[in-house]
Design a binder for this molecule. Structure first.
Ligand code: PMM
Length: 287
């Protein structure tokens, strides 16, 4: 086993030379995301938060303008652009590697023009038929997440024969389409999409089966942070642990995902996950 995780090509220097799992800090510039909704709608506060995530040990920051919480309604592209672009511009200007969390190719393009270096598409290209061509032209890293439908309907798409095999197979189909559209294989990252059209047990099965997804030969990102299934595993007398109190559980997932060879973990609080990925890397190296 290589001591270093498989990673995509053409990352900015600080990420390309990393010898451990990367930590992606999340900023949701939304009024309604499940764990930080409404906190970073003001661009000045969002930028300050991005810088603070970096000081806490994040290696890059993921900026999203559209909530994907179960049941969320879509917003217009104009509103999405208005939310994310000023934040991307300022953080990129400050030297922060930025990824844009969007399902829209127009937003991806505008975000890259504003300085983003990674396109993070929770729909894996299913929401916008122009996404693959756009990413191929832009030449950025592309994170393709497993997805079965928009937030207002995803909870009715949770039927799997074997979630690990089905998710890998569905991502494999996405992969083929992305490659056909000209996205370079070395720039693709796969993500099992924890919590998206998944019940709690599906998320755990996917984590346990991360090896299978990694067997497709692409870097993998794990986004478990503060998600409901972590609240459920920590429930007391049937009461799930509230979202802001799920960071230690998130850090535990970060350690285990890093040990399993994930390229990146996506988290809301950076320090604990940074420590976790440092420990996992030292463990893998055996030093
Ligand atoms: N989860 C959320 C949003 N974006 N992107 C990727 N690649 N993977 C994820 O698991 C993911 C994502 C939803 O969580 P949030 O509301 O806390 O951002």
């Amino acid at each position: 086993m290589s001591p270093y995780p498989l990673r995509p090509n053409r990352l900015p220097e600080s990420l390309a030379t990393l010898d451990r799992c990367a930590v992606m800090g999340v900023i949701n510039v939304t009024p309604d995301s499940f764990s930080d909704g409404g906190m970073w709608l003001d661009p000045v506060r969002a930028v300050e938060h991005g810088l603070s995530l970096m000081r806490d040990g994040a290696d890059l920051v993921d900026i999203g303008g559209e909530s994907t919480r179960p049941g969320a309604q879509r917003i217009s592209a104009d509103e999405e652009a208005r939310r994310v672009l000023p934040v991307i511009r300022d953080l990129a200007a400050a030297g922060v590697p930025v990824s844009i969390d969007t399902m829209r190719s127009d937003i991806a393009r505008a975000a890259v023009e504003a300085g983003a270096v990674i396109v993070n598409d929770v729909s894996g290209g299913l929401a916008d038929p122009q996404m693959y061509q756009t990413v191929a032209q832009l030449g950025t890293v592309y994170i393709a997440m497993h997805w079965r439908g928009y937030s207002d309907e995803m909870e009715s798409h949770t039927d799997y024969d074997d979630v690990v095999i089905d998710v890998a197979a569905e991502l494999g189909v996405r992969l083929e389409s992305a490659l056909k559209a000209g996205v370079e294989p070395g720039r693709i990252v796969l993500d099992p999409g924890l919590g998206f059209a998944k019940k709690a047990h599906h998320n755990w099965e996917l984590l346990r089966g991360l090896d299978h997804l990694m067997g497709l030969g692409y870097p993998v990102l794990v986004g478990a942070a503060r998600k409901r299934f972590l609240g459920q595993v920590l429930a007391v007398e049937g009461e799930p642990r509230p979202a802001p109190e799920r960071d230690h559980a998130t850090d535990a997932v970060s350690a285990l995902a890093a040990a399993a060879g994930a390229w990146c973990v996506r988290v809301h609080a950076a320090r604990g996950s940074r420590d976790a990925t440092e420990v996992a890397a030292a463990w893998r190296r055996g030093e």
